[in-house]
Write a protein that binds this ligand. Structure first.
Ligand code: FES
Length: 688
């Protein structure tokens, strides 16, 4: 029973309050009230995780005076901690400060276990850390001849006594390391406990750091973030090419490789695991930690990457019914994937959703949370495949559409990956048809003074994905490309940039050939490649809109390395995305990777995504009869039939012209055009 004579303590920002006997530690009072304060050392004044700040003054609304003397003065433990490790002005260790009177105590975010992670500058939701791996310092009783129990039992007893952890199991590697650690730490050790269930690591004395890595295994690149598991801070980010590219550029060619070669899948599994080990080494080096300090991994990837990484045969994913080996999250040891981390390292692989909709889409959902939205959101992660999610808090639909590598600069004559020297922004004068552009590595436009000097080192080397989208959209707006995607050859009379090349025309964007540097053109084939890619993406989106019975979407998010770089206006001009208010169309960064990071840091998020994916309705674009029709209609810029009222309100779209113009060298009759559309549609189907 508390009495009014006992000091009243109020914690902020939670607002929790209670009365406690004098000399109760602030940490004990917090625990009794369920206030979230971190601790690794169990209140021994050595870890410094439990820091709080007393708010001094008169708090009329609470009816209390919070005076400095209402907390005990610094004792030797706190003084020693301050002298050795530093304690900011006003900070106290809540495990050593005792209540002597009423107090208002502020718990700063960094002292909370379930702290909120705010990603400034990134348009992803904030989330709370819910650590899957926790570190606990314990003092283990020494063995005695009279009661000869094993060291593990006494460790488990200490963990139950000090941390309330029961029924813990232990890895073999922990048993191996336990006795040396106990000896070295004079019977005080820190253990890592995974999911309140398994002791996965042991270190002598106090060990305060646990790290994890979130990985997005893409078909082209593998990207990783190394994070501090306690506070969610990202210490390093890096990417490597997926070495499976040598077995096939796109997903289906990798499945074909597995079909044609008895050891093909095994080879691809070994290649991706090796790349992951390289990535872990790079991230550890960049962060200044050792690889064996990595205790946790969270991984996303499309179904084929997912299966190959896990060593599961991907062949069933290559044809209907596209059966996944599992559509549940996978929890395993890093060693089972031959990944070099701490011996007790664990891996969490987010759940796949369907045969064509993978764990990367689960990551996108976790990052963007369309399932919490009141309005209808369209989220597209654009890569070699486009992962598409449509919905709100009442429904979620997902599909994957085979856009191919054109958006990443492949299959484009002057295409290149996003690197210094690549054209990333383009504007074309509607009257003169003259271009101006910007390259990665310089803020200047090509018609700004000093551009040549600023880009002298890199040169102008090619066009990256976002540049391709812009140049084709600008050429369409300038009337150089028709809505059917034909470069209008009649304009060669007006501009020397429109040049005949065989039976079609090209647009000369930049010519440095006199200086022995690239001549950068947009060819008819380039336009075709982008038409195929954007039509596949739009058709996938449209199928989901059909299923939802909607004609418009409220919010659009484009994610992925390419998607996050595209200018929304130009994406809409091309018809890569449906018409919408441009103010509600935004980039979402690398949403799949962000989703992996959230899952790395939060057990609650893992439970959330596992529940949400069960509610997602999957659409297999490959077997949907209407895909073909949508695809053919979406070949036009921005679209053959769909209205683009929001876009028309902000720019003047070229008037529609009927059929194909003579500009295609006079060879493209409407009939021929129809035959080609059928052919390109069929080709796209084969690609899938
Ligand atoms: S709990 Fe570790 S210093 Fe207070």
């Amino acid at each position: 029973m508390t009495s009014p004579a006992e000091p009243l303590v109020i914690f902020t920002p939670s607002g929790r309050r209670g009365r406690f006997p004098k000399e109760t530690t602030v940490l004990d009072a917090a625990r009794a009230l369920g206030v979230d304060i971190d601790s690794v050392c169990g209140g021994r004044g050595i870890c410094g995780r439990c820091q709080v700040e007393q708010s001094i003054g008169s708090f009329a609304k609470h009816g209390i005076e919070s005076r400095p003397e209402n907390l005990s003065p610094f004792d030797t433990v706190e003084t020693e901690y301050r002298d050795q490790r530093g304690l900011a002005e006003g900070r106290r260790l809540s495990c050593t400060a005792h209540l002597r009177g009423d107090a208002v105590i502020d718990v700063p975010p960094e002292s909370q276990v379930y702290r909120q992670v705010v990603r400034k500058g990134l348009d992803v939701r904030d989330f709370h850390i819910d650590p899957v791996v926790r570190l606990h310092y314990v003092e283990v009783t020494r063995p005695e001849l009279a009661s000869p129990t094993g060291d593990l039992i006494r460790l488990q007893e200490a963990l139950e006594r000090e941390w309330g952890l029961t029924d813990l199991e232990a890895d073999l590697s922990v048993l191996v390391a336990l006795q040396p650690a106990l000896e070295k730490g004079s019977w005080a050790v820190t253990v890592a406990v995974h999911d309140r269930h398994t002791i996965t690591g042991v270190w002598p004395g106090l060990h305060e750091k646990a790290y994890g890595v979130a990985i997005d295994v893409g078909s082209t690149t593998i990207a990783g973030h190394l994070a501090d598991l306690a506070d969610g801070s990202v210490l390093a980010s890096a990417g490597v090419m997926n070495p499976q590219i040598r077995f096939g550029e796109d997903l289906m060619s990798r499945v074909s490789y597995a079909m044609m070669h008895p050891e093909g899948a095994v080879e691809m599994t070994a290649a991706v695991r090796k790349a992951l080990n390289g990535l872990l080494a790079t991230l550890a080096m960049q962060s200044g930690i050792k690889r064996d300090e990595i205790l946790e991994l969270a991984i996303v990837g499309n179904p084929i990457m997912h299966h190959l990484l896990l060593g599961i045969d991907p062949i069933p994913l290559g044809s209907a019914p596209f059966a996944l080996a599992t559509d549940r999250a996978v929890r395993l040891r890093a060693a089972e994937l031959e990944l070099k981390t701490h011996p007790g390292g664990r891996v969490y692989v987010l759940p796949c959703i369907a045969g064509h909709v993978g764990a990367d889409t689960a990551g996108v959902i976790l990052a963007e949370a369309p399932h919490e939205s009141e309005v209808v959101e369209l989220v597209v992660d654009v890569g070699t495949n486009a992962e598409i999610v449509l919905g709100n808090r009442h429904f979620l639909l997902a599909a994957s559409s085979p856009t191919g590598p054109a958006f990443e600069g492949a299959q484009i004559s002057s295409g290149q990956r996003a690197a210094p020297g690549a054209i990333e922004r383009v504007r074309i004068d509607r009257e003169t048809l003259e271009p101006r552009f910007r390259v990665i590595g310089s803020e200047l436009w090509s018609d700004d003074p000093g551009f040549a000097e600023a880009t002298a080192e890199t040169g102008v080397t090619g066009i990256c994905g976002s540049g391709i989208v812009e140049v084709i959209a600008e050429l369409f707006l300038a009337g150089v490309i028709t809505e059917d995607g034909i470069i209008d050859g009649t304009l060669s009379a007006r501009s020397a940039r429109v040049i005949a090349e065989g039976r079609t025309f090209s647009y000369l964007l930049h010519d440095a050939s006199a200086a022995g540097r690239p001549r950068i053109v947009v060819t008819q084939n380039d336009v075709r490649a982008i038409q195929l890619a954007k039509a596949a993406l739009y058709a996938g989106v449209r199928l989901l809109m059909d299923r939802a019975g909607i004609e418009t979407v409220d919010e659009i998010r484009l994610a992925g390395a390419f998607g996050s770089q595209i200018d929304m206006f130009h994406a809409m001009v091309l018809g890569l995305i449906p018409d919408a208010d441009l103010a509600h169309a935004k980039s979402a960064g690398n949403a799949a990777g962000t989703g992996a990071l959230i899952a790395l840091l939060s057990g609650a998020a893992r439970r959330e995504i596992e529940a949400v994916v069960r509610t997602v309705e999957k659409i297999e674009t490959a077997v949907e009869p209407r895909f073909q029709q949508h695809f053919v209609e979406a070949m036009a810029f921005p679209h053959k039939t769909a209205a683009y009222p929001h876009l028309s309100a902000v720019t003047e779209l070229p008037a529609r012209r009927s059929g194909y113009r003579d500009g295609s060298n006079g060879s493209d009759s409407p009939d021929r055009g129809r035959r080609r559309r059928r052919a390109t549609a069929a080709a796209a189907k084969e690609d899938r």
